[in-house]
Design a binder for this molecule. Structure first.
Ligand code: ASP
Ligand code: MG
Length: 420
């Protein structure tokens, strides 16, 4: 069995769905195909949740209607046979979304998010499925929420492996055609929708690869493979041919957008190789992540995280920051679910670089300020260079003011802002 994962960019319009059909049509063995929401739909749905949650009903309906228009346009461009019959299954989804918007929101933002954002994946998979039927590729559509069970940590749900394995065995162990299903979404034991964190479709695909003992997972992207830098940020990016699981985990941890950080572990546990290939050039080699024992020469890898906040915390009376305070500070980060990308402490202060999470940071800072003096810089960048050399550091830091820096044998990290 193979698992394919197609991200938002690979299903962003009718042309790209046709291209997906072409890739699948060349494969005669059954594939489980994991698909994300089309294009930037998840971002639009996040805005919709915001409007719904803040009871801005007009805005919520307006965004819902835009999402509907975009999807129907793609549907119309793809589906000609029995179009009205096939429209019905999409209309059911639009109706469910509207029903949700009619009800008043609860007080739990994360819960509401998980009841609305999954529509992106449900719609995209429905349209792809209908199109594959249209061109005669045998396949079924599966609501992955019937297979993947999680706890109820909404927006960051944790897979219940045992139940998911059992469900997988019942529903997916013997398939004789392609299965079209959603990434990123799952459900609790009670059947309430959950999500696995932004960009979580890679992780879904890797969980399914683990459960099916797949021979490989292929993630189809709009780049030739895993690059040593994001080509949008560094025009000189090169492809990495082969990467070990361990190196891939390191890259994902530092914020490389190649793959969702949780993707590697389920694959590594079963030694399933992960290929990253271009959907624009399906015959080219791409990159492969697998078990590698020999030493390979590393290219420097550049990872840029934008929109970070650097928080600096100290005691008001100028006393030392010791283990007890650090543990209390970490407890507060954990309580507010703010992830620390990099931290450093000096005698009297502790600094942490975190994602600028508008919903979580203000409460965290307020909590911290009950005991500490807190200063922060917004809009900074975190640059990581793996396998760095002096010259690549120099190049990356030209025109930057360094606020904090850390170097280990293989990795150099800098919190910077643009020099004035
Ligand atoms: N659609 C979701 C997102 O954009 C999940 C994914 O694309 O992996 O975050
Ligand atoms: Mg996406």
């Amino acid at each position: 069995m193979q698992i394919y994962k197609f991200g938002g960019a690979s299903v962003k319009n009718a042309e790209s769905v046709k291209n997906l059909g072409k890739i699948l049509s060349t494969n005669n063995t059954p594939v489980i195909v994991v698909i994300s929401a089309m294009g930037k739909t998840t971002n639009a749905l996040e805005k919709l949740v915001e409007a719904y949650f803040t009871k801005n009903t007009g805005k919520a309906y307006e965004i819902a209607s835009q999402i509907k228009t975009v999807h129907l346009r793609i549907f119309d461009a793809l589906i000609k046979n029995k179009a009205s019959e096939k429209r019905a299954s999409l209309d059911t989804l639009f109706q469910l979304l509207e029903n949700k918007l009619e009800k008043a929101p609860s007080l739990n933002y994360d819960y509401e998010y998980d009841q609305i954002v999954p529509f992106g994946e449900l719609l995209s998979t429905k349209i792809v499925y209908l199109y594959l039927q249209e061109i005669g590729i045998p396949c079924t559509w599966l609501d992955i929420r019937q297979v993947l069970r999680t706890d109820d940590q909404y927006r960051a749900a944790v897979i219940d492996w045992e139940t998911s394995r059992e469900q997988f065995r019942k529903k997916l162990s013997k398939i004789d055609h392609h299965v079209i299903t959603q990434g990123f979404i799952a459900s609790t034991r009670e059947g309430i929708s959950t999500t696995l964190g932004r960009e979580g479709s890679d992780y879904t695909a890797s969980v399914l690869a683990n459960l099916s003992l797949a021979e490989e997972l292929i993630i189809w992207k709009d780049v030739p493979g895993i690059m040593n830098a994001d080509p949008k940020q560094f025009p000189n990016a090169h492809k990495l041919e082969k990467i070990s699981y361990q190196e891939a985990v390191e890259l994902a941890f530092y914020g490389a957008k190649v793959i969702h950080p949780k993707t590697i572990q389920p694959l590594q546990n079963k030694l399933i190789p992960l290929k990253v290939k271009s959907f624009l050039d399906p015959l080219s080699e791409g990159s492969i992540i697998q078990e590698i024992h020999e030493d390979i020469d590393f290219l420097p890898v550049y990872i840029l995280k934008e929109n970070q906040t650097l928080i600096s915390i100290s005691l008001r009376d100028f006393s030392f920051i010791n283990e007890r305070q650090i543990s209390e500070i970490y407890g507060l980060f954990d309580k507010h679910r703010v992830h620390v990308s990099l931290s450093q402490n000096s005698a009297i202060s502790y600094s942490a670089c975190v994602d600028c999470e508008k919903r979580r940071l203000p409460d965290l800072i307020e909590d911290l300020r009950k005991r500490y003096k807190v200063l922060y810089n917004e809009g900074v960048e975190l640059i990581t260079i793996r396998h760095y050399t002096d010259s690549c550091i120099q190049e990356v830091l030209s025109n930057k003011e360094v606020l904090l820096e850390q170097r280990s044998r293989r990795t150099a990290r800098f919190v910077v802002r643009n020099a004035k």
